[in-house]
Design a protein around this ligand. Structure first.
Ligand code: HEC
Length: 117
């Protein structure tokens, strides 16, 4: 009895097992693909930062727009990209030498991430 049922179980495990796992795996990756970037970004993005046109959407876009368009048009800011060091340098030249404030950190983050090279 035992020798006869074992191969049957093995066959069952072989035919149904991998199929179930494959299906679950596919369901998971599909979910991850659709739920991944756009949803996660929108979730944490303040509406003001998503609608700070012509500044591209990004964390602190609205604040950067306000700070960096006080003296000139947005296109002056948007005509180039900023590495982290360049963002720090531009903030210091244009606004103030103190980059230890929340505002400075936020503007520098926006310039060097959303407007990164
Ligand atoms: C206190 C006024 C003021 C503020 C605030 C200001 N800028 Fe400027 N910015 C200027 C002036 C003045 C110029 C030179 C304008 C010209 O050449 O016609 C300039 C020019 C620029 C230029 C083009 C010149 C170059 O060297 O490439 C960029 C880029 C720029 N600003 C970026 C910024 C950014 C980024 C911010 C926000 C962190 C900012 N500005 C905030 C006054 C300001």
């Amino acid at each position: 009895m035992r020798p006869r049922i074992l191969p049957l179980l093995a066959l069952l495990a072989f035919t149904t097992g991998p199929a179930v796992y494959a299906f679950q795996g596919q369901a998971q990756t599909n979910e991850a693909e659709t739920a991944d970037l756009p949803a996660a970004e929108e979730e944490e993005l303040d509406p003001a930062d998503a609608n700070a046109a012509p500044f591209p959407p990004g964390r602190h876009a609205a604040l950067t727009k306000r700070v960096c368009t006080e003296c000139h048009m947005a296109n002056m800011v948007l005509q180039r990209t900023y590495t982290y060091d360049e963002a720090v340098r531009f903030y210091q030249i244009m606004v103030t030498s103190n980059t230890e404030t929340d505002e400075a950190r936020a503007v520098i983050e926006y310039l060097s991430t959303t407007l990164a090279p």
